[in-house]
Ligand binder design. Structure first.
Ligand SMILES: NC(=O)c1ccc[n+]([C@@H]2O[C@H](COP(=O)([O-])OP(=O)(O)OC[C@H]3O[C@@H](n4cnc5c(N)ncnc54)[C@H](O)[C@@H]3O)[C@@H](O)[C@H]2O)c1
Length: 252
């Protein structure tokens, strides 16, 4: 039986963990091969090793040389790049007076700069192949206020604006969309929930779960579905838009 991603190659950043690892597994389970890029090369290699024909690479997405070389390696080794998931990122919170410019620049450099760099280097490849689909990760923090979270919200808001503009520039061959998840159980959120629950993870999870209509936190597969939909031909008429899988949190 033909599968949605037969013959296709996905490049994902942040692929050693969380949302991007789930997207990599879903993409591979539907016939595709995946280049798993992560700051943590061992984690990238471990995820790639589970997936037939896939490749793991260590890269810091905030480094232009690193991203340029990694994209070239993926193109050379895997022959093509059809889909991209820009998910590398970190959480960092705190009152604005405690932020240094260096910390702010790292937030912007990884989330916004990393997304920009990967798009810059994959777009010519996708155009030369005749098409492609890029999904960039924002967050509900781009849409609603959250305590002590303004640098992260600024970075995620910039990703929404960048993606909308890039969609126009990349059209009609390449589609560019955004996924803005709510609260999902990953390596990023579990330590926060543990802390907020006073050391009790389930207490922290419950505090996060009550904030949405469905009264649970999301799991990485709740994001893998929408992202793979955006990669697929079912989303062939969608570009420049944002999907918000958040259990209804931003609708109330
Ligand atoms: N989990 C959530 O609730 C949630 C909600 C909204 C948005 N997001 C966003 O989703 C993305 C993925 O986060 P996650 O929840 O899967 O977290 P995660 O910590 O499980 O995974 C993030 C991965 O990114 C990698 N990474 C960090 N900095 C990097 C860099 N400079 N270069 C390359 N790789 C780097 C980490 O090593 C890690 O493997 C992030 O952009 C995050 O902001 C997460």
């Amino acid at each position: 039986m033909a599968m949605r991603f037969d013959g296709k190659v996905l490049l994902t950043t942040g692929g050693g963990s969380g949302l991007a690892a789930a997207v990599a597994r879903r993409f591979a389970s539907e016939g595709g091969r995946v280049a798993v890029l992560d700051l943590d090369g061992a984690r990238a290699t471990a995820v790639a090793a589970e997936l037939k024909g896939s490749l793991g690479l260590a890269v810091d997405v905030a480094s232009e040389d690193g991203v340029r070389d990694a994209v070239a390696t993926v193109h050379r080794e895997m022959g093509r790049i059809d889909c991209v998931f820009n998910a590398a990122g970190h959480a960092d919170f705190g009152p604005i007076e405690t932020w240094t410019l260096e910390r702010w620049n790292r937030m912007m450099g990884v989330h916004v700069g990393g997304t920009f760099l990967v798009c810059k280097y994959v777009l010519p490849i996708m155009r030369s192949q005749g098409g492609g689909s890029i999904v960039n990760v924002a967050s509900i923090a781009a849409m609603v206020a959250q305590p002590n979270n303004s640098p992260y919200g600024a970075a995620k808001g910039a990703i929404v604006g960048f993606s909308r503009q890039l969609a126009l520039e990349a059209a009609p061959l390449v589609r560019v969309n955004v996924v803005a998840p709510g609260r999902i159980r990953t390596g990023m959120t579990v330590p926060l929930w543990q802390q907020r629950g006073g050391g009790n993870l389930e207490a922290g999870v419950s505090q996060a779960a009550v904030l949405n209509m469905l009264k649970r936190v999301g799991e990485p597969d709740d994001i893998a579905g929408p992202v793979c939909f955006l990669f697929s031909d079912d989303a062939a008429f969608m570009t420049g838009t944002t999907l918000v899988p958040d259990g209804g949190e931003t609708a109330v």
